[in-house]
Design a protein around this ligand. Structure first.
Ligand code: GSH
Length: 210
């Protein structure tokens, strides 16, 4: 059986969604990496020297990290569920491109938006806000346009990339980032939260305190 180490509401939760959607056997263990002496946190830091989740431990003990890899691996375990297009196809290359967009564009810019308030003077603060707002808006506009006439990132069907995008977009709450200018994104998030697998994982993980 696979074991997922996750932190509630963090990007690792998208792997929890994926395991649930794939219908494979798994256990999910919550880890609090900010707790120095916590034995689970210590174990995860050994498994992943980056000290980050997700950490996926496969049935034979091999460790897999990095969302783009873990989500693709889980999706490919259950090809009949079509959580990603088939390997080796043009559609899969496009999916890889969107996975990379979420992992290396959307994910970091929403995190860095949290740091917009770190200016030491009013002038520096104003410059930082302008800078970070521009960076995040460019990414959000891409997704907003993508979702103008389709329900999910890859088209009419849900993929593991959507689960990843959802947790990242939810960080707009702790980041103090308004999604009001992005009505398609808001509807998309509601659509995703209504999915039975996502509701099940939300219930299993419990309330997120931002
Ligand atoms: N590039 C990594 C990023 C993983 C990541 O950002 N994990 C965050 C949670 S969303 C984390 O574990 N943060 C803890 C820390 O940085 O101490 C991936 O895609 O897996």
């Amino acid at each position: 059986m696979m074991t997922l180490y996750y932190h509630r509401g963090a990007c690792s939760t998208s792997n929890h969604f994926a395991l649930e959607d794939a219908g494979v056997d798994y256990e999910a263990i919550e880890v609090h990496l900010d707790r120095e002496d916590d034995p689970i946190a210590q174990k995860v830091r050994k498994l992943n020297p980056m000290g980050m989740t997700p950490v996926l431990v496969l049935a034979d003990g091999e460790v897999l990290t990095q969302n783009a890899a873990t989500l693709s691996y889980i999706a490919d375990l259950a090809p009949e569920k079509a959580l990603l297009p088939k390997l080796g196809t043009r559609a899969r290359a496009q999916a890889d491109s969107w996975m990379a967009f979420v992992a290396s564009d959307l994910h970091p810019v929403i995190i860095e938006y949290i740091y917009k308030g770190f200016g030491k003077t009013d002038a520096e603060q104003a410059r930082l806000i302008d800078f970070y707002e521009g960076r995040v808006a460019r990414r959000l506009r891409v997704l907003e346009e993508r979702l103008a006439d389709q329900a999910f990132i890859l088209g009419d069907d849900y993929s593991v990339i959507d689960g990843y995008a959802l947790v990242v977009l939810n960080w707009s709450i702790p980041a103090g980032l308004s999604l009001d200018p992005y009505p398609n994104l808001r509807r998309y998030m509601e659509r995703l939260e209504a999915r039975p697998s996502i509701r099940k994982v939300r219930e299993a993980e419990g309330t997120i305190s931002w």
